[in-house]
Design a protein around this ligand. Structure first.
Ligand SMILES: CC(C)(COP(=O)(O)OP(=O)(O)OC[C@H]1O[C@@H](n2cnc3c(N)ncnc32)[C@H](O)[C@@H]1OP(=O)(O)O)[C@@H](O)C(=O)NCCC(=O)NCCS
Length: 201
């Protein structure tokens, strides 16, 4: 059974980050990645203007808790050392019966390459499985999004599917990977050999 609502005590602290709901004062930090064409290249957001980022931010200030399927938990990744919002980590409550959710993330380019997104995503998986009682977490990504695939593999997620021409995305047909991790895999740190060895092309 999924434990609702998803409303952890904030901030959720990791080694170098505080994860917390967004605040209106996060605007300048958010614009740094919401307005960056490279960051949104493989995610279904436009390159946002300041005005569009205000709208996105206002919605995010209400996404610090989840009450029903279809809703996203969206948390700011605050770099503790600087107090700057360097990215965001997301978890969509997909389905109650199947206790399933979808993971997402985005971060400012100048903070990539330090393991911050992995740190935030690990904390989100910990909440997903240990606190919210989920059974399975997936991630979908454009097959060209190598940085995202590497991150998911660092988390111990398995590539489960390769969907061809799966999405009409920013003016072209694109292929998607689906990665997944189950509650059992999360707890034991063990991916069944048959699955980890299988090549999906
Ligand atoms: C996907 C995305 C979050 C990955 O960011 P990232 O910085 O590569 O991921 P991490 O923060 O986990 O950092 C890992 C990198 O830092 C390095 N690193 C340095 N210190 C580290 C540490 N202490 N712990 C882990 N990794 C560390 C790793 O080697 C790795 O580099 P590599 O991938 O070149 O091997 C980022 O590229 C992004 O925001 N992309 C745009 C949005 C997007 O596409 N979202 C996904 C949609 S599916």
């Amino acid at each position: 059974m999924v434990n609702l609502p998803w409303a952890p005590e904030y901030p959720v602290a990791t080694e170098r980050l505080d994860l917390r709901p967004h605040r209106l004062g996060d605007l300048d930090d958010l614009l740094r990645f919401h307005g960056d064409p490279e960051v949104v290249r493989y995610i279904p957001w436009p390159v946002r203007t300041r005005e569009q980022t205000v709208t996105a931010l206002e919605a995010r200030t209400r996404q610090g808790s989840v009450f029903e399927p279809g809703q996203w938990l969206v948390l700011a990744m605050v770099e503790r050392e600087t107090g700057r919002v360097i990215g965001e980590i997301l978890l969509k409550y997909d389905d109650e019966t199947d206790a399933r959710a979808e993971l997402g993330y985005a971060m400012a380019r100048d903070r990539e390459g330090h393991g911050f997104a992995t740190e935030a995503a690990r904390a989100m998986l910990e909440l997903a499985f240990d606190r919210f009682g989920l059974n399975r977490v997936i991630a979908r990504l454009d097959t060209r999004n190598d940085a995202s695939a590497r991150l998911l593999e660092r988390l111990g997620m398995r590539r489960e599917a390769h969907h061809l021409r799966a999405s009409w995305f920013k003016g072209e047909w694109t292929d998607d990977f689906v990665y997944a991790i189950t509650a059992d895999e999360w707890r034991t740190g063990h991916i069944p050999e048959a699955l980890s060895k299988r090549e999906l092309h």
